[in-house]
Structure formats: structure tokens, C-alpha cells
Design a protein around this ligand. Structure first.
Ligand code: C2E
Ligand code: MG
Ligand code: MG
Ligand code: MG
Length: 287
């Protein structure tokens, strides 16, 4: 097609790049204005279960953006943009405040909230979290911040100081998407976290690929030896759940046991009128 139009491959590449940049600018502008009318953002919650007995023990907050014309935009599409444009701090604050006030009365041990490296680098981050905990009345010991290996290993910026200050307050930390970063298993002991969340790419091949099972078994074994809790992400089948239980994974998260959903749907399904958590009933998940 390039030759037919009499244009070089480079010209087409350049047009594509320009279109991409224009597109990104538009989305960034929309993101900025959406922050002034936060009705466009919605926090969803995905249940977290103890592997033994399948008891609901926590929830992970996951941000959703209902764009006025594009419909729902997933976080993988707009979080990176928010990070690059400096909007992540306002967005992160919105999610944390919203999640803390919503989950405050829920009969769960843990509220997990995702945090970007860009937020953790900011000098005032720990103070902002402290303020939100104070004003919502959410207990620091029930909050678990999910960070990536990159953020954890960041030596410049204020990441380490923020983590230390938050840990001092009793806030917990989990390493998200474990196995996709650059850390070796040997580095696990040096990381200042309470839990690792094993990336769903390792769970996916369970029952079909022995290699993944061996890797996950090794991760769990080492985590236990180091005193870390483990959560498996992306559990979609009974077979995966069975194997994870057998090899000693502490907690499970995935579509099998519950998809992310609105606060009201989660309350209705799991807490009932008396707000007592019930065990997962597979098949009855809200959509
Ligand atoms: P994450 O923290 O690893 O969250 C888990 C992601 O896996 C979620 O995608 C969830 O919907 C999806 N998931 C859960 N169970 C299953 C399963 O069984 N199968 C499959 N295929 N997927 C499953 P989601 O909601 O699209 O979020 C994507 C990522 O965006 C999150 O990954 C997190 O890194 C980021 N994110 C979401 N909300 C926030 C936020 O408030 N702040 C920040 N900084 N990042 C966020
Ligand atoms: Mg997460
Ligand atoms: Mg993850
Ligand atoms: Mg992720």
C-alpha cells in the first residue's frame, strides 16, 4: 500500500506516530478534565480469598474510568498516561480516599490499593496517606499497598523513606505482579514487603505446563522461608485453585472466585444484611 500511494514506509510510520501522539494528547486532556468531575471515575473491588476454606479475607480496589464518549477505559490504558502527565497523584488520592471510606465497615482483614512508583516517589506521599487514613478513620493495619518491583527497588526519589514511614504506621505492603520484573528469587529477602502476588502469567499454564507449576512452587517455598505471604493472581479454573491449595499458596484472586465489581454488588453477594462474610459460591458472581 505504501508503494501504491507513492509514499515511503517511513512517511506512513511518521503519520501513524503523529496520529498516536494526537490521540494520547486528547486522552490526557480528557483525563485532566475528568479529575475535576470525578463522577467519571469509579472504584471497583475484587474479592481476595484464603485458599484454605475459601473465606473472603480482603478486597483489591481497581480503578475504572467511564469516559463520556469512549465508554469504559481500562486502567492499563490510562494509568501509564496519568503517570507521565503528573495526574497520578490526584487519581491515587481519589482511589485511596474512596476505597477507605467505602470498605471501612466491611468485615475484611485487608483493603489492597495499587500504588504507582510515581506516587511513591513524591516526598509527601506518606503524609498524604496518613491524612486520608485519619480523615476516613480507616485503620492503617488493614491497608495493604500494592507496589511493583520497580518501585520497591527505586533508590532515588523518596520511595524508601515513604515505605519506611508507612510501615512505621502499620501499613502493609505487597509486591504486585511478582515474576514479571527483574528481581531474582534471591532478592525476596531484601525486599521490605509482607506479601508477594504471583503474576497471573504463571498461573495461566497450570495443568498444562509443568514448568510453571515448578516455578510457582519454588516461589511459594522461598516466600514461606522468608516469612512472606503469597497470593496467586488470575485464578480462573478449579484445577488452578486445587494445585495452588496443594502447593501451599495462602490466598487466591481471580475470575473463578469473583470478578471486580461495584461496591454495592460486592456487599450484596458477600456480606448480606448482617455483613458476615460468606464463602465463595462459584457460579454466582456478579457481572
Ligand atoms: P493488578 O494490580 O495486577 O490488578 C489485577 C488485574 O487483573 C485487574 O485488571 C483485574 O481485573 C485482573 N484480573 C483479576 N482476576 C483475573 C483473572 O482471573 N483473569 C484475568 N485475565 N484477569 C484478572 P484491571 O482492573 O484491568 O487493572 C489492571 C492494572 O491497572 C492493575 O493490575 C494495576 O496495576 C493497575 N491499576 C488498577 N487500579 C489502579 C489504581 O487505582 N492505581 C494504580 N496506580 N494502578 C491501578
Ligand atoms: Mg494489584
Ligand atoms: Mg497484579
Ligand atoms: Mg498488573
Amino acid at each position: 500500500a505504501a508503494k501504491a500511494n507513492g509514499r515511503s514506509g517511513y512517511a506512513i510510520f511518521k503519520d501513524d506516530m503523529e496520529a498516536l501522539i494526537v490521540e494520547r494528547r486528547a486522552l490526557e486532556r480528557d483525563l485532566r478534565s475528568a479529575l475535576d468531575q470525578p463522577g467519571q471515575f469509579e472504584v471497583h473491588y475484587q474479592p481476595l480469598f484464603e485458599a484454605k476454606g475459601r473465606t473472603l479475607v480482603g478486597v483489591e480496589s481497581l480503578l475504572r474510568w467511564n469516559h463520556p464518549t469512549r465508554g469504559r477505559v481500562g486502567p492499563d490504558a490510562f494509568i501509564p498516561l496519568a503517570e507521565e502527565s503528573g495526574l497520578i497523584e490526584a487519581l491515587g488520592e481519589f482511589v485511596l480516599r474512596q476505597a477507605c471510606s467505602t470498605a471501612k465497615e466491611w468485615p475484611i482483614r485487608t483493603l489492597a490499593v495499587n500504588v504507582s512508583a510515581a506516587e511513591l516517589k513524591s516526598p509527601a506521599y506518606a503524609m498524604r496517606v496518613a491524612n486520608i487514613l485519619m480523615s476516613t478513620g480507616f485503620s492503617p493495619g488493614r491497608l495493604e499497598l500494592e507496589v511493583t518491583e520497580t518501585a520497591m527497588s527505586d533508590t532515588d526519589g523518596h520511595c524508601q523513606a515513604n515505605i519506611a514511614a508507612l510501615r512505621e504506621m502499620g501499613v502493609h505492603f505487597a509486591l504486585d505482579d511478582f515474576g514479571t520484573g527483574f528481581s531474582s528469587l534471591g532478592r525476596l529477602q531484601q525486599l521490605d514487603v509482607d506479601r508477594i502476588k504471583i503474576d497471573r502469567s504463571f498461573i495461566h499454564g497450570f495443568g498444562t505446563d509443568n514448568g510453571d507449576e515448578a516455578i510457582v512452587r519454588a516461589i511459594i517455598h522461598l516466600a514461606k522461608a522468608t516469612g512472606l505471604k503469597t497470593t496467586a493472581e488470575g485464578v480462573e479454573t478449579e484445577e488452578q485453585s486445587r494445585i495452588l491449595g496443594k502447593i501451599g499458596c495462602d490466598e487466591l484472586q481471580g475470575f473463578l472466585l469473583g470478578k471486580p465489581c461495584e461496591a454495592a454488588a460486592l456487599e450484596e453477594r458477600f456480606f448480606g444484611a448482617d455483613r458476615t462474610p460468606t464463602s465463595a459460591k462459584v457460579g454466582g458472581m456478579p457481572t
